[in-house]
Ligand binder design. Structure first.
Ligand code: HEM
Length: 149
């Protein structure tokens, strides 16, 4: 590829990236700062995860999995993970998804129950529906590891 052509291609890609930061288009591969901000940055995400934990405790479809879990540690790690995945300046220091969910035999119903609770927690914190969907979209690639497939 000749240089001017390459520059044009790169410019097009960059402009496309800016559009997706503005909330249009769908760049599902690279983190967008806009999503992180729509979630209320790390503090907002921490509140969402706290609300999620309350929903999990009350949800008989999944709460047995969480018996004996270090709640503070789980809260910190999930907050950092969602922060990082949404494009925020956080480093996730927990275990990989395959390792941390091994031997749990998580079913599709259970996976969906957790996703549903996360959506409810985002809803309760005023996160726009489009942003809710974008976060869920970024968690989907973790599905095979969490389901241990
Ligand atoms: C998109 C879905 C999910 C994400 C993003 C997710 C994320 C995480 C993260 C970040 C941790 C912390 C790992 C660590 O501390 O090293 C974790 C642990 C855990 N997850 Fe998930 N998870 C998901 C789905 C599920 C589901 C569906 C269940 C069960 C119904 C579940 C049950 C657990 C439990 C019990 C732990 C604690 C493990 C331990 O401390 O030994 N997770 N998850």
């Amino acid at each position: 590829m000749k240089l001017p052509v390459l520059i044009l291609v790169l410019a097009t890609l960059t402009l496309g990236g800016c559009q997706s930061i503005g909330g249009h288009g769908g760049d599902s591969t690279s983190p967008s700062p806009a999503l992180y901000e729509q979630l209320g940055k790390r503090a907002g995400i921490a509140t969402i995860v706290e609300d999620l934990l309350y929903l999990i405790v009350d949800d008989t479809r999944i709460n047995e999995h969480f018996a004996g879990v270090d709640v503070e540690q789980f809260h910190t790690n999930l907050t950092d993970q969602l922060c990082s995945v949404s494009g925020g300046p956080c480093t996730y220091t927990g275990r990989g998804m395959r390792e941390s969910h091994a031997d749990m035999n998580i079913t599709d119903t259970e996976f969906n129950a957790l996703a549903e609770n996360l959506i409810l927690a985002m809803e309760a914190n005023g996160v726009p529906v489009a942003a809710q969907n974008r976060l869920i979209e970024r968690l989907v690639p973790m599905y095979p590891d969490i389901r241990n497939l």
